[in-house]
Write a protein that binds this ligand. Structure first.
Ligand SMILES: NC(=O)c1ccc[n+]([C@@H]2O[C@H](COP(=O)([O-])OP(=O)(O)OC[C@H]3O[C@@H](n4cnc5c(N)ncnc54)[C@H](O)[C@@H]3O)[C@@H](O)[C@H]2O)c1
Length: 337
């Protein structure tokens, strides 16, 4: 690229971060990962306190992440971003032009069960990264979420739709957006806020619905679906998001803006199951009660990102989910599971 950037991804060894670092590297940028490996990563997967049915597979996936990062020559700094001085020192060594803040307890369910930990890993890490950035970083990118909208009142939301978050995870994401904007008001820190949703793709271990379904199907287990599977989500394949973030970094019109970054079409869980059944014809489905804290959602309009930063998502479920299923069939069997 003409304008090569040094980019620090805080929380960058996670599902989104490692995929994004590889994408940015291939595009000619210089990504650096800062991560404690503590949440939804090596430390939590290694702890036997929790019963994790797929532990062996998750370890395989985490090793793959590490191998890919090593092959791409991406430096990884093991650092807890809650530690202000230590984080400032690491970032001072990296000297990034751009900081992307991904660290969080990235799961609404888990956040609601453990608000204290979530606050620390989400807002403390954000504040520490912002405070370092205010004097010497030219672009701060914050990972918010579609959860800030709360229950969708219409089938589709735009960035102008009023936010009404429900639950701990969503409230913290919304607070994070406000703090990022405050740093811009007070210190002129250039920022972009992104709101992704319902991501799926290679090497995710977050046990979101699309991943759970494939793993159950592979083990010959019955799928459980909340309600009748009528809930709609704007399922987004990881490659669409990483492309979107590259646009955010390279396009000057992203500065001081908020973008929905999804595929741009709400699809029902039942539709996802139909695609899965084409690849696992014997899979059975069982209904269970809907989780009341899960807001009713739908489409996030991506018109603004298309208009301002040439965002161009390529993967409807029929393409992205099928790719993901094929990857699983190959890797899961290869891992001898
Ligand atoms: N995956 C999705 O569908 C989705 C949707 C909307 C928003 N997001 C947001 O995107 C971001 C990344 O999500 P993900 O899916 O990659 O999650 P992930 O759980 O795979 O990755 C999060 C990473 O942050 C690291 N981390 C957490 N606390 C840390 C700390 N104190 N210091 C250093 N590192 C720390 C973890 O070790 C982990 O590697 C999160 O902020 C999440 O809330 C994700």
């Amino acid at each position: 690229v003409a304008d090569k950037k040094r980019i620090a991804l805080v929380g960058g060894a996670g599902f989104i971060g490692h995929n994004m670092a590889i994408k940015l590297r291939l595009a000619g940028h210089e990504p650096f990962i800062v991560d404690s490996l503590g949440i939804n990563n090596y430390l939590s997967v290694s702890s036997t306190e929790e019963d994790i049915p797929n532990r062996k597979w998750y370890k395989t996936v985490l090793r793959q992440r590490q191998d890919l990062l090593e092959m791409a020559g991406i430096p990884v700094y093991i650092q807890d971003a809650r530690e202000y001085h230590a984080l400032s020192k690491v970032l001072g060594d990296i000297k990034p032009d751009v900081i992307i803040l991904l660290a969080a307890v990235s799961h609404a369910d888990r956040s609601n069960k453990d608000p204290f930990t979530t606050f620390d890993h989400s807002l403390r890490t954000l504040e520490n990264a912002l405070d370092y950035s205010r004097s010497c970083v030219s672009h701060f990118i914050y990972f918010s979420s579609s959860m800030v909208y709360g229950n969708f009142k219409e089938a589709s939301v735009t960035e102008e739709t009023i936010c009404d978050p429900v639950g701990i995870y969503a409230a913290l994401k919304f607070s994070g957006e406000k703090i990022v904007k405050a740093y811009n008001q007070v210190f002129d820190l250039p920022y972009t806020i992104v709101r992704p949703s319902a991501l799926y793709g290679e090497r995710c271990i977050s046990q979101r619905v699309g991943q759970k379904f494939i793993e159950r199907a592979l083990r010959g287990e019955t799928l459980t679906v909340q309600g009748g599977g009528e809930d709609r989500l704007d399922f987004t394949y990881i490659d669409d998001l990483t492309h979107g973030i590259q646009q955010v970094i390279e396009h000057p019109k992203s500065i001081n803006e908020t973008f929905n970054l999804t595929y741009g079409e709400g699809r029902s869980i039942a539709q996802m199951i139909e695609i899965l059944q084409e690849h696992f014809p014997d899979v059975k489905v069982e209904k269970k009660e809907r989780d009341k804290l899960m807001p009713k959602r739908g489409t996030l309009s991506v018109d603004k990102a298309k208009r301002l930063i040439d965002y161009n998502p390529q993967f409807p479920l029929e393409k992205g989910y099928v790719r993901y299923i094929e990857w699983y069939k190959k890797e899961y069997n290869f891992a001898g599971l």
